[in-house]
Design a protein around this ligand. Structure first.
Ligand code: GLC
Length: 728
């Protein structure tokens, strides 16, 4: 008997050892559970509350632990002061999470995200976000509501400026890179902040391009177009997600169990927390989805929204809802646990304060400014360059800088300029002065304003144009004409800017149009009559130097559009990865086209020129047929056939000719940015396998179906070297 007893004791000991090792809580989890166990329901609900700004009458709320997070409060001194109240004067001592919209830089402002995307360079955006994170953390910020990863196909929607454009593949690559840039290898470090992919989900498909409008979208399109960049962010380890304002086929995104629980947590295993957009929980009532604040609180929390941004809904209703049993306390615990986990991961329990002496040295550091100049140069897109008008010679005799934007510093910063300041901006006039030879005369005149109908200054502009060798006309949109709540029904150059260009064109002096805008514009007259067009978007604090670098040839432009430019707003939404339809446009009347406009974009997705030329040739495939789970390699030779070195963004597109769900006429599935010296040739190679040939069905299943495929290795979405293969 003794033997059996010994054996039993032995195996029980082994079992307990295994459980203790594998079932062991991490120290952090244990700490959080201990904290949770000591918190009252009021303490817990306080963690779900986010307020904006800070006024002295909120001091008590902080000391009572009723505010878990603050947004739009920055600066080491200010955040430390408030943090001391939370950590040292409240009962639980839980640190506050400070968040702000670091969308394209904190104090060093980079080009707007749509501009950065045109560099097609994940390393570039990763480095930009790392710089932004370093500056923000030094100022006491722990969390950015960025990256905005909404796919946008409608230029009427002003928030197209904040994202990566119309393509889900490129949007996914850049979403992951931005998350990695912000969060770094260790989000608790003094150089990292927590990222937040937003606005979950399909916000960019607002009806009629009108912000906050409804979204009616199929599950197929959700999985194919709008969800991928969020999935990429989750796979990159993003620690938070922001729910969107819009409805998703009748159910608001901020109370949508399908997207918030079934997809985000069930299918993707997201472990972070969800914050509502500003007041979007309270707006459930306005949508007509919740009867009142209490109903809104219950629906949002049950759907999976953990933190209430500026809605004051959780703070007003959750206590009673839990006490009456309408909301299980376990849901509150689940939300609080996620938020405390994020605070612990950020190291806030160990080091809640920042060193105020470091902030000044880090913000606007010269290396950051240098990178902002580099990034702006690579974000610019040369749309047209007839007869090689560009680059200009540095020792040109006379230049006229004209237009309403060349000197308007605020507009260089673009939308969502965080802590950026106009005095930090280098304008195009300053950039040119910094870089042309001393013998070059630069004259300048606004000529008109951005928006109004006043043309009384045309004459002055025309006069200096007549006296100059070249005109640089800086036209487009002011910074507040894109971004949130900035939808437009027209995409033309606003105000009298088009007429100003016509008057300048009459002088016969060659004109370079420099476009400063936050969305695609419909500029057919400019495209037809102006020999050189450089798209600079809102280029950030170093925009003027970067424009001078490009115009004077120190930077060879390499950017390519990530959004289609329409001929007219009537074409919107317009995007390259469209379906073929049963009657694709041709000369036959009864086909899918407009009576009064071409059926193609003015400038296609992927378009961008260089000061050199590239020749694509010798497309070849490793096989012309592969098994469904097989992989083939496609190669092509790219040669720099011009006189200067340059970079080329080589794009891979495919088309699935026949499938159980109609597939787009083209889908971007890869890209490579290569550098070529004059005369140099490189072979570019892409692999094509199930990841490229498969697609999602409406249930979110990824499927690969046999059939014929086409592929292109291309310089934009409208052209390229074409090949084909079969999936068997
Ligand atoms: C806004 C925006 C969101 C932003 C938030 C905080 O309404 O929709 O993108 O992060 O409020 O500023």
């Amino acid at each position: 008997m003794k033997v059996w007893k010994s054996i039993t004791v032995f195996f029980v000991a082994i079992f307990l050892l295994i459980v203790s090792v594998y079932g062991q809580e991490s120290p952090t989890n244990a700490k959080i559970e201990t904290l949770l166990s000591r918190m009252t329901l009021e303490d817990k609900i306080g963690q779900l509350n986010q307020h904006s700004g800070f006024s002295e009458d909120e001091i008590e709320a902080v000391k009572q632990g009723q505010i878990g997070s603050l947004l739009n409060v920055a600066g080491a001194e200010q955040t430390n002061r408030i943090q001391r109240m939370a950590v040292e004067e409240s009962r639980m001592g839980i640190p506050i999470l400070f968040g702000i919209d670091v969308i394209h830089g904190f104090r060093t402002i980079f080009p707007i995200p749509l501009a950065q995307a045109c560099a097609w360079d994940p390393d570039l955006v990763r480095q930009i976000e790392a710089i932004a994170a370093k500056e923000a953390r030094a100022a006491g910020i722990h969390w950015t509501f960025s990256p905005m990863v909404d796919i946008a196909r409608d230029a009427r929607w002003g928030r197209i400026a904040e994202g990566a454009g119309e393509d889900p593949y490129l949007g996914s690559v850049l979403a992951a890179a931005r998350v990695q840039g912000f969060q770094g290898m260790d989000v608790s470090s003094s150089q990292s902040i927590m990222a937040c992919v937003k606005h979950y989900v399909a916000y960019g498909q607002a009806d009629a391009g009108r912000d906050y409008n409804r979204v009616d979208v199929s599950r197929k399109t959700l999985y194919e177009i709008y969800l991928p960049p969020f999935k990429a962010g989750v796979e990159a380890g993003v620690m938070s997600v922001m729910s969107a304002f819009n409805t998703i086929s009748g159910i608001p995104a901020t109370a949508n169990p399908f997207t918030l629980r079934e997809v985000l947590r069930g299918q993707w295993g997201f472990g972070g927390f969800v914050v509502s957009d500003w007041g979007s929980i309270q707006e459930l009532v306005v949508h007509g989805f919740a009867a009142n604040g209490a109903d809104a609180a219950q629906k949002a929390l049950q759907a999976g929204v953990d933190m209430d941004m500026m809605g004051h809904i959780y703070g007003s209703h959750l206590l009673e809802l839990v006490c009456t049993g309408d909301v299980p306390s376990s849901l509150v615990d689940e939300a609080v646990r996620r938020i405390l986990t994020a605070k612990a991961a950020l190291g806030l329990f160990d080091q809640p304060y920042v060193d105020p002496d470091k902030e000044g040295d880090i913000l606007l550091h010269k290396d950051h400014l240098a990178y902002a100049r580099h990034a702006a140069g690579r974000s610019m897109v040369l749309l047209k360059n007839e007869n090689h008008l560009l680059p200009l010679h540095k020792n040109m005799k006379s230049i006229a800088v004209i237009g309403p934007l060349f000197d308007s510093k605020d507009d260089y910063l673009g939308t969502w300029a965080c802590m950026g300041r106009s005095e930090d901006v280098v304008t195009i006039l300053e950039g040119l002065r910094n870089n042309v030879s001393s013998g070059t005369t630069i004259q300048y005149a606004k000529g008109c304003n951005v928006l109004d109908e006043d043309n009384t200054d045309f004459a002055e502009a025309v006069t200096i144009a007549e006296q100059s060798d070249v005109v640089i006309a800086v036209v487009g949109e002011s910074c507040d004409m894109s971004g949130e709540a900035a939808s437009r029904t027209q995409l033309d150059l606003p105000g009298k800017q088009r007429e100003l260009l016509e008057a300048l064109h009459e002088t016969g002096t060659p004109i370079v149009v420099v476009l400063m805008n936050g969305r695609p514009l419909s500029i057919p007259w400019v495209a037809e009559h102006i020999p050189a067009i450089l798209e600079i978007w809102h280029p950030g604090v170093q925009g003027g130097n970067a424009v001078a670098d490009v115009l004077l040839g120190d930077t060879n432009p390499s950017g390519k559009l990530t959004v289609s430019f329409p001929w007219t707003v009537g074409q919107c939404p317009i995007y390259y990865n469209h379906e073929n339809t049963g009657r694709p446009a041709d000369e036959n009347k009864y086909t899918s086209k407009y009576l009064d406009c071409p059926d193609t974009p003015l400038f296609p997705f992927g378009h961008g020129l260089s000061y050199t030329t590239f020749e694509y040739g010798n497309l070849r495939l490793s096989q012309d047929a592969i098994e469904r789970d097989g992989t083939l390699t496609v190669r092509a030779d790219i040669t720099n056939t011009g006189a200067v070195e340059g970079e080329e963004i080589v794009q891979l597109y495919i088309r699935d000719m026949i499938a159980s769900l109609v597939r787009p006429v083209k889908e971007l599935k890869g890209f490579q940015k290569i550098h070529l010296r004059p005369g140099e040739k490189k072979t570019v190679e892409f692999s094509i396998g199930p990841k490229e040939t498969g697609f999602y069905d409406p249930e979110g299943r990824f499927i690969v179906q046999p059939g014929d495929f086409k592929l292109w290795i291309a310089w934009n979405s409208a052209d390229g070297l074409e090949g084909q293969f079969r999936l068997q």
